[in-house]
Write a protein that binds this ligand. Structure first.
Ligand code: DX5
Ligand code: ZN
Length: 217
């Protein structure tokens, strides 16, 4: 199966958000990745509901919402209302992850869990059946445009072997520093979805960049 691509809107030109979303609609992207940062869980603030609603208004692709926030439970319903189709919460931000995942599913969304680079993938062994997507961070969350952390390949392989052993269909998404060099290696290691922000939006032709990422072998 070909890899799925989720361009991160964080790297887009927010003064031209409609144009940027229309470009993604016309592209081969499978999702639009939406990064929500609260200035507490991560040392940066991105944007909130009014901007997300503006994105949703024009989007023809599903919104893959990555919550880099503390206490995500209290905002899940609002993110569903703002147009989320996939909601990922951070493992490190949830004391009752099982309950949070059931809550997300109860809203009719796909439930994702994001893992910081230092968090062992083996910690998901007992909950993997309940996870639709694992968002493996390949940078420390908080900023676009950072350097890819090399041990991610190893982490993808270990996570893939847990998924295979348990016989579940959880997808593996990689987030941070994805480019044309690491994309084929990530696919080979077992990744299903690649998030790409600056690599797509700072390229001369984002449509071609998405197409090329999508067609990696
Ligand atoms: C980082 C975000 C990423 C980021 C990816 O905190 O979660 O989704 O936007 O951007 P690039 O591809 O530029 O690393
Ligand atoms: Zn993200």
């Amino acid at each position: 199966m070909s890899i799925q691509i989720a361009p991160s809107i964080l790297a887009a030109d927010f003064a031209n958000i409609q144009k940027e979303v229309e470009m993604l609609n016309a592209s081969e992207a499978d999702f639009i990745h939406v990064d929500i940062m609260d200035g507490v869980f991560v040392p940066n603030i991105s944007f909130g509901f009014p901007v997300m609603e503006a994105i949703k208004k024009h989007a023809k692709k599903p919104l893959d919402v990555h919550l880099m926030i503390v206490n995500p439970d209290q905002y899940l319903e609002a993110f569903k209302k703002a147009g989320a189709e996939v909601i990922s919460v951070h493992y490190e931000a949830c004391n009752h992850l099982h309950r949070t995942l059931q809550y997300i599913k109860g809203l009719g969304c796909k439930a994702g869990v994001a893992l910081n680079p230092h968090t062992s993938v083996e910690l998901l062994e007992d909950i993997i059946e309940d996870i639709d997507l694992v968002c493996l961070m390949s940078v420390n969350p908080g900023f676009g445009g950072q350097k890819f952390i090399g041990n991610t390949y190893e982490r993808v392989k270990r996570l893939k072997s847990i998924i295979n052993r348990k016989g579940v269909s959880t997808m593996i998404e990689i987030d941070g520093g994805v480019n044309q060099v690491n994309a084929p290696l990530l696919k080979e290691a077992g990744a299903d979805v690649l998030v790409a922000g600056s690599f797509v939006f700072s390229s001369e032709n984002p449509l071609d960049t998405i197409k090329n990422l999508k067609s990696i072998s």
